[in-house]
Every structure is written in structure tokens, then in C-alpha cells.
Design a protein around this ligand. Structure first.
Ligand SMILES: *Cc1c(COP(=O)(O)O)cnc(C)c1O
Length: 367
């Protein structure tokens, strides 16, 4: 028997969340973001769950090629573009749409003779200050890019730094608009948080490219976690369905006398007669090591709490009020009945990190 831990992936939840994007951004071209092995859900399951998306967007060229091998025929976008001439040839061969975000990338693209045209997303920095050209340089960049015979379609793109804050897209959008006004290209603007602002965005900045719908690039919301930090905007309140449930089981039980300590460093001390259960799930499975005592855990569907330190392969949970719990009792670390965002919040991180950190040794069970 394998260890009882498994991440079950619900394709119908992925499809449901994609429908939510369509409701929020009617008419938009939807790139479902599947970087980081589909936020930990597995690229193959994601391709099935997002069968109705217009395209898939990711960072890793190896997984992009794998998607082609799995039979994905619609567009694929490389969100950081290419890192070498070899990548450019592979992008042309596998019909990958590529971001170009810096001069070095643009020069290499123009200098590499390709067997087929490549569709390009020209990325602008509107205040995030990570990747992208200054929007003010849009026109001169397009004068270099547009005449090159290796370029197919061109899309103008930006990534918002603060789309999860009220009014957070207003200033970057204004900058983007001002620099690209009148340019006849399609645009790609919105991550998950901005999808929830899409009608505002579309009204404030109508697309200049007649016949080219705006595209959106939702990631986290498609997996049923919230892009927002404020508790009032939970995934459930946004109409999202959790796609991953991380399950395990109790593999040991210890009765504790008052004063007995639990785990490495004796991180928890019993204050009365207590019972702890040992769960087969630790930080080497992707459970956050910084989760403190008190982090919620479901045992047999009942909410209890983590006690003591998270170790590599195990956590310990309070079973004092769950006298029926025993070896073999089912545990949910997060998922359908316990939001990943709630666990993340207790551990001082975000749902994104927990989902993408689920380790390769945890089997994915796609349902
Ligand atoms: C990851 C990523 C997204 C998706 O962001 P979410 O917050 O998960 O919706 C969109 N665009 C780019 C460029 C990204 O790197």
C-alpha cells in the first residue's frame, strides 16, 4: 500500500471556474494559465478541465511541447518568451505564441531565421518593474518588430502589480492606454484579480483593435482559490470551486498526559489529558512548514487544529474532542471543505504557494 496521501483533482471544478471567467469577461479570449504544472494540479488534468479555453499560457517550454503531444491544438503562450535561439526554433515548430519583454529577446528573435511565423505578445511594464518595455517605447518597438517577416500576429500585453487592491489597475491602465492609443493591435491585460474588474477595465479603456477581442490571463481563480488577500473576498464568495483536495489519513495516535510535549523541539505542550493524531503529510509533501499550532485541519470532516511543528513527512493534530478518530481516519488538509486560502492565511502565505508546492511524491488522482 502507498502512503495514504493523495491530491485529488476535480476536472469539473476546473471547467466550472473557467465558466466563471466567461461570465466576468464576456467576449474575451481566455488564456487559461497553466504554469508551474497547472498550479500543482498537473498539466494533463488541466488541459482536460480547460478544454473550452481559447488557449493555454505557461512559462515552461517543455510543458508547452508536452501539451502539443497530448493533443492540445489551440494556441499556447509562453509567458516569459524564449531564452535561446533553440527555444525560438521550438516555438516556431510547435506553434507557440511568445512574449517578448526585453531588447535582448527582441534582437534574438529578429536575428533568428525561423521556419514559420511566430505570434508575439509584446510586454510592457506599467509599474510592476519586473519584466517589460516602457510603454512610451511602444511605437519605436513596433517599428522594429512589425516589418520582420518571422512575426505573425502582435498582441500588446501588460501585467498589473496591484490588481487585487481597489483602484489598483487605474494608473497602470491609464499609462498603457496613453502609450498605445490608436495602435491597431489586440491587447492582453487581466490576471485573475483584474478579471473581477473586467467590465470596468473594458469600459475605461475600450480596445482600439476593432475585431480583436481583449484577452485575459486568469490563473489562480481557475483552480478555485482567491486572488485577493482580504477575507471578505473568499473563493466561495467569488463563486469559485476548489479543484484540488489534499487528503491523507491518521497513521498513529498518542494519548498525552498534561505537560507532555509533541514533535521536534517539543513545539506543543499538552495542558490536560489530550490525544494527538499523526497525519501522513509533511513539508516534503508541500504542507507549509511555517504553519503554526492552531492551523485548521479536517479530521473525518470535523474541524480541528494542527499542534506542534510540521515535520518532513508528518503533522500532528488535536484529536481530544474527536474520540472516535483512529488510525485510518480520513484527513483533509485543504480542498472541498477547507479552503486552501484559509490554511495559507494561517501559515502566513497565499493559496498560490500551497497549491504550487504540492510535491511530486504526492500522487494526483484526477476525477
Ligand atoms: C501567473 C500569471 C498570470 C496569472 O496570474 P493569477 O494571479 O494567477 O491569475 C497572468 N499573467 C502572467 C504574465 C502571469 O505570469
Amino acid at each position: 500500500m502507498p502512503r495514504p496521501i493523495v491530491a485529488s483533482i476535480d476536472r469539473s471544478a476546473l471547467a466550472h471556474n473557467l465558466d466563471r471567467v466567461r461570465e466576468l469577461a464576456p467576449g474575451a479570449f481566455v488564456w487559461a494559465v497553466v504554469k508551474a504544472d497547472a498550479y500543482g494540479h498537473g498539466i494533463a488534468a488541466a488541459a482536460q478541465g480547460f478544454a473550452a479555453a481559447d488557449g493555454l499560457a505557461l512559462i515552461e517550454i517543455g510543458n508547452a511541447i508536452r501539451l502539443r503531444e497530448l493533443g492540445w491544438k489551440k494556441p499556447i503562450l509562453l509567458l516569459e518568451g524564449c531564452f535561446s535561439a533553440l527555444d525560438w526554433h521550438a516555438a516556431a515548430e510547435h506553434r507557440l505564441n511568445c512574449v517578448i519583454h526585453c531588447d535582448e529577446q527582441l534582437s534574438e528573435f529578429i536575428a533568428t531565421p525561423l521556419a514559420r511565423r511566430v505570434d508575439v505578445h509584446l510586454k510592457f511594464n506599467t509599474g510592476m518593474n519586473r519584466l517589460g518595455f516602457l510603454p512610451e517605447h511602444a511605437r519605436e518597438l513596433l517599428e522594429r518588430l512589425a516589418p520582420y517577416e518571422g512575426v505573425g500576429s502582435i498582441t500588446l500585453m501588460t501585467h498589473f502589480a496591484c490588481a487585487d487592491e481597489p483602484g489598483g489597475i487605474d494608473e497602470p491602465l491609464r499609462r498603457f492606454q496613453e502609450a498605445t492609443r490608436g495602435l491597431p493591435y489586440a491587447r492582453s491585460l487581466a490576471n485573475s484579480a483584474a478579471c473581477f474588474d473586467f467590465t470596468h477595465l473594458a469600459a475605461a479603456a475600450p480596445s482600439p483593435a476593432v475585431g480583436h477581442p481583449d484577452s485575459v490571463r486568469p490563473g489562480i481563480m481557475l483552480y478555485g482559490a482567491t486572488p485577493f488577500t482580504h477575507a471578505s473576498r473568499s473563493a466561495a464568495s467569488l463563486g469559485l470551486a476548489p479543484a484540488m483536495t489534499l487528503r491523507s489519513a491518521i497513521i498513529g495516535v498518542q494519548p498525552l498526559e498534561p505537560g507532555a510535549r509533541v514533535g521536534y523541539g517539543g513545539g506543543y505542550t499538552a495542558t490536560r489529558r489530550e490525544r494527538v493524531g499523526v497525519v501522513a503529510c509533511g513539508y516534503a509533501d508541500g504542507y507549509p512548514r511555517h504553519a503554526p499550532s492552531g492551523t485548521p485541519v479536517l479530521v473525518d470532516g470535523q474541524r480541528t487544529r494542527l499542534v506542534g511543528r510540521v515535520s518532513m513527512d508528518k503533522i500532528t493534530v488535536d484529536l481530544t474532542e474527536l474520540p472516535h478518530a483512529q488510525v485510518g481516519t480520513a484527513v483533509e488538509l485543504w480542498g472541498k471543505r477547507l479552503a486552501v486560502d484559509e490554511v495559507a492565511n494561517a501559515a502566513g502565505t497565499i493559496g498560490y504557494e500551497l497549491l504550487t508546492a504540492v510535491a511530486a511524491r504526492v500522487p494526483r488522482d484526477v476525477v
